[in-house]
Design a protein around this ligand. Structure first.
Ligand SMILES: C[S@@+](CC[C@H](N)C(=O)[O-])C[C@H]1O[C@@H](n2cnc3c(N)ncnc32)[C@H](O)[C@@H]1O
Length: 245
């Protein structure tokens, strides 16, 4: 991150921490923030704190009478999973986490630059961003809340079609356009009314283009029977889709 990005991340994180202050009492909040810092310090985390805080606040805000799991797709070393598991524990939710645990799949996508101007060349080659299931579990045992987690191992296109549970909050960090499409196709229909799906790949032009692609949504509507949803934050890093039907 350059200086400008650092400052804007600092501002966003501070704002979210204020919001957290209105939701969790002092000591519990201090413990949570210390745990989040510990994870960032000890586990390789390719996300910004503000992204996880946004998703975490969303998990804490789920009304008690709303059904649904929290679902994460794309775990890498489990840094984001460990953090989200802490929020799930606080709000009494279960977390279902999908990954190949073999890194990025075979693909022919040509990623040049992020929307922030950073080079993405070679980032998403087959096998990159790999964390094994053992590594992820070890990180969650050490820093997160294992008891709320269930792991589903395999390529999304093979594992997601069998998942039929209701989802209250979904969080995607899957880098590829193809993986984003698969997640939307199988996970969005499971989101309950009022539920939310985040993608933190809004800065990856090919992944963000899936959300803008009217053809995709038209074909998707025919296949899964849902209209193109309301999408916020297109052009920003953390895309938000809320289901209001
Ligand atoms: C950027 S990493 C996730 C980073 C993690 N959320 C964090 O912040 O610490 C992307 C992950 O997506 C997974 N992934 C991408 N496409 C996939 C697919 N089609 N099937 C299974 N896993 C996939 C990779 O294995 C990798 O672990």
């Amino acid at each position: 991150m350059n200086l400008k990005e650092n400052l804007s991340e600092l501002r966003a994180t501070t704002k979210l921490q204020w919001k957290l202050a209105s939701m969790i009492p002092g000591t519990q909040r201090q413990t949570l923030l210390r745990q989040l810092r510990e994870i960032s310090k000890n586990v390789s985390c390719p996300h910004n704190e503000s992204e996880i805080l946004t998703v975490g606040l969303e998990v804490l805000s789920i009304p008690k009478d709303r059904e649904g799991y929290v679902v994460e797709a794309g775990l890498y070393k489990g840094g984001s999973t460990a953090k989200i598991s802490l929020f799930c524990k606080l709000s009494g939710r279960k977390l279902v986490a999908f990954d190949s645990f073999e890194g990025i799949p075979e693909n022919t996508e040509e990623h040049a630059k992020s929307t922030l101007g950073h080079s993405l060349e070679g980032w998403f080659a087959k096998g990159t961003l790999c964390g094994s299931l053992d590594e992820v579990k070890a990180n969650i045992e050490k820093y997160g809340e294992m008891e709320v987690c269930t792991f589903i191992k395999g390529w999304f296109e093979n594992t997601m079609p069998d998942f039929k549970e209701k989802i209250a909050v979904a969080y995607l960090d899957v880098d590829l356009a193809a993986s984003t499409r698969t997640c939307l196709k199988y996970l969005y229909p499971l989101i309950v009314s009022g539920g939310v799906l985040y993608s933190q790949d809004g800065d990856i032009p090919l992944a963000a283009a899936v959300f803008r692609d009217e053809r995709f949504w038209e074909e998707w509507e025919e296949e899964v029977g849902f209209k193109m949803p309301h999408i916020e934050n297109l052009g920003k890093k953390l895309i938000k889709v809320t289901k209001n039907v």
